[in-house]
Structure formats: structure tokens, C-alpha cells
Ligand binder design. Structure first.
Ligand code: AKG
Ligand code: FE2
Length: 351
């Protein structure tokens, strides 16, 4: 299958990260070119194909979405600080666990908390990805939790960070990302902003670039500077805030220009969302699968990519002074039930 021909190629490039100058630009075609390749779908895939994103309303029944939201907030409160969801004065870094660069939570084994797995295992979520990939033999990412307070007093609002989550060396569709919305996300609330249809211009844009140095080292994120964004705006594309309700699933093509927006000053909504992407298990190499199993056993995390970029990292949360965060954990607070379905999605058991 095409997947097994293309992915080792990508990995060779990844291994050359330290020596970007010597890595050759080799284009990597779509592993399953027939996926999302036509415009006559009768379901959400029509939007995904046409605009590069889609919202599946009520993928999770509201009562369960509300329960996951509560669990997520309990998790944030579990670090023994003065954090109070009703008191904005307490929404400061010293009351919060360590967050990553994009201000989401990816440490303390949160990726494997029971509520995270329960949400990822929701039939309405898994079925949507099964429809996209035309198989239910899927892997899921061990991605992060987003809880963003509005109008924080201790840090400035994050600016737009327009990017795509797919290397310019890849062509065609390689990954579809997902957000499980657990809080309302109206026009002024924090949430996903996309440039609708920009996935359709990915080939033309990158194909017309003569300077390909910025494509290296090979990585599946590419930040677009203003000059490059201008190319898209000149062709009629621009930012669109995706609105959603608790229980909705947002899907987007990783080639779509997007970013996570912070709540505007008009919002008093705390954003709560889980990132979860699924791809066919057949897209993973045996090496990546073996690494994924190890990461899973350590309750570690991955990027958005379920089948690629898997790395076994130091699972500990380190403080700037080099010591381990005393709040760090070796396992989730609430361990999920390791069902057959979970183990297969985790890559810990083969299909
Ligand atoms: O927070 C978001 O809505 C988007 C974050 C993002 O860019 C991503 O998950 O790829
Ligand atoms: Fe992204």
C-alpha cells in the first residue's frame, strides 16, 4: 500500500532533523488518495471536503459532554492550589499546573485520564473518523486538554498564530484533526479559527515556492508569516471563527490554515476542549506502533498525529531549575478501563 511506501521516507527525513541542510526535499504523496477526494458526500464530509472543516453537532450527548467538562475542571483543581473557577483573581499561573507552549495541558498523565479516554471512545466521535477514513481500525492521538480562562490578568492574550499541521513536503490529505468541544464556543469565545478552503490551495501555494529552506527540518507544523498569509487573503480566504456547543466535534484537514483563538475581552466563557485525531492503524509503521505502545504504557503524550512523530520522552514535568515538579504524577488520577477498543485505538493491541 502507498502508506508503507511513503512513511519510512518521512521518517528518514525526520531522522535528519539535526542536519537540515543535507536533507533533500522529497514530496510525500497522500497515503490514501481516494479519501475525501470528491464533492458529492451526503454527510459532514461534504463540508470537510469543500471548506476543510466541519462541525458534527451533538457527537456526544450533552449530559455526557457536561460530565467530561466537570471532570476536566476537577482535574485542574486537583493540584492543591487556590484556583477557584468563580474567582478570576485566582486564574493565575501559580494556581495552575504547567502548561505547554500553546497553553494547553499535556503533562501529569492528563492525556490518559479516564474522562479523556471516555471522550475519545465516544461512538459519535470514533464513528466520524471511521467515516472519513473508511475504516474503523483506527489509532488515536494522546493529545492535550485545553482549559482557557477568559481575560486572564497575569498573562497577555495570545495573538493569532496561523499555521498548518502538515509539512509542506506532504501533498494531499494526510491527517484530519479533531476538537471535542466541552464548553460553548461562540464568536467571542476561545476556539478554533480556520481559513476555509485554504487546504485546496496548499498544493498551488507550496508548489509555487522557490525557497524551500523553511520546510526543513521535516516537521508537521508550518507557521505562515504575514507575507504568505497575504497570498491566501488575495485569493479571498480569511479567518473564520468556528462556533460549537458542548458535545460537538470539530474536524479539520491539517492543511487548513488555522489557530486556536483566545476568548476576546467580551467573553466570560472558560474554554474547555479535548484535542483528538484518529488515523488508520495501517498508516503507522511497525516501529511507530512499537513506540506508541511504550508511550501508552508510560501514560505519555503524542502530537496531534496518531500514527507518526511518536517519541518516548522523559515523562516527568521538570521545573525551570531542573528539578521534578513535586506535583508530578506517575499515573492518571482516575485510570481508564483498558478495554479491547481502547487498547486498539492506543496502538497497544493490534487489529
Ligand atoms: O486550540 C485550537 O483550537 C487549535 C489548536 C491547534 O492549532 C491544533 O490543535 O492544531
Ligand atoms: Fe494546529
Amino acid at each position: 500500500m502507498a502508506a508503507t511506501q511513503t512513511f519510512p521516507q518521512a521518517i528518514n527525513l525526520m531522522n535528519k532533523q539535526e542536519d537540515a541542510s543535507s536533507a533533500k526535499i522529497e514530496l510525500i504523496p497522500a497515503p490514501m488518495p481516494h479519501i475525501l477526494s470528491k464533492g458529492d458526500y451526503q454527510d459532514f464530509r461534504a463540508e470537510l471536503y469543500e471548506n476543510g472543516f466541519a462541525v458534527i453537532k451533538g457527537a456526544i450527548p450533552l449530559d455526557r459532554a457536561e460530565k467530561y467538562c466537570e471532570k476536566a475542571h476537577d482535574w485542574l483543581r486537583s493540584f492543591g492550589t487556590d484556583l477557584d473557577f468563580d474567582n478570576p483573581d485566582t486564574w493565575v499561573s501559580e494556581n495552575l499546573p504547567h502548561a505547554n507552549q500553546i497553553r494547553t495541558y499535556a503533562d501529569y498523565c492528563v492525556n490518559h485520564e479516564k474522562f479523556m479516554w471516555d471522550a475519545r471512545l465516544e461512538p459519535g466521535v470514533v464513528d466520524a473518523f471511521a467515516k472519513v477514513w473508511e475504516t474503523d481500525e483506527l489509532l488515536v492521538s494522546f493529545d492535550s486538554l485545553n482549559i482557557t480562562f477568559p481575560n486572564r490578568k497575569d498573562i497577555p492574550r495570545r495573538k493569532a498564530w496561523e499555521h498548518i499541521d502538515q509539512s509542506p513536503m506532504r501533498r494531499g490529505l494526510h491527517c484530519v484533526q479533531g476538537i471535542i468541544a466541552l464548553s460553548p464556543s461562540g464568536p467571542d469565545d476561545g476556539g478554533l479559527v480556520v481559513y476555509p478552503k485554504s487546504h485546496k490551495f496548499n498544493d498551488e501555494f507550496f508548489g509555487s515556492q522557490s525557497d524551500k529552506k523553511s520546510w526543513l527540518p521535516f516537521k508537521d507544523i508550518y507557521m505562515l508569516p504575514q507575507t504568505e498569509l497575504d497570498w491566501f487573503t488575495a485569493r479571498g480566504m480569511g479567518p473564520h471563527k468556528v462556533c460549537a456547543e458542548p458535545g460537538d466535534l470539530i474536524l479539520w484537514d491539517s492543511r487548513v490554515i488555522h489557530y486556536g483563538s483566545e476568548p476576546t475581552e467580551k467573553s466570560n466563557q472558560t474554554r474547555t476542549a479535548i484535542y483528538a485525531a484518529y488515523t488508520p492503524a495501517s498508516m503507522a509503521t511497525p516501529e511507530q506502533l512499537a513506540l506508541k505502545k511504550q508511550v501508552f504504557e508510560k501514560y505519555g503524550g503524542t502530537t496531534h498525529w496518531p500514527h507518526s512523530h511518536i517519541a518516548v520522552r522523559n515523562p516527568h514535568v521538570m521545573l525551570p531549575d531542573g528539578t521534578r515538579d513535586p506535583r508530578d504524577r506517575d499515573q492518571p488520577l482516575e485510570i481508564p478501563e483498558f478495554s479491547d477498543r481502547l487498547l486498539k485505538l492506543a496502538g497497544a493491541k493490534s487489529y
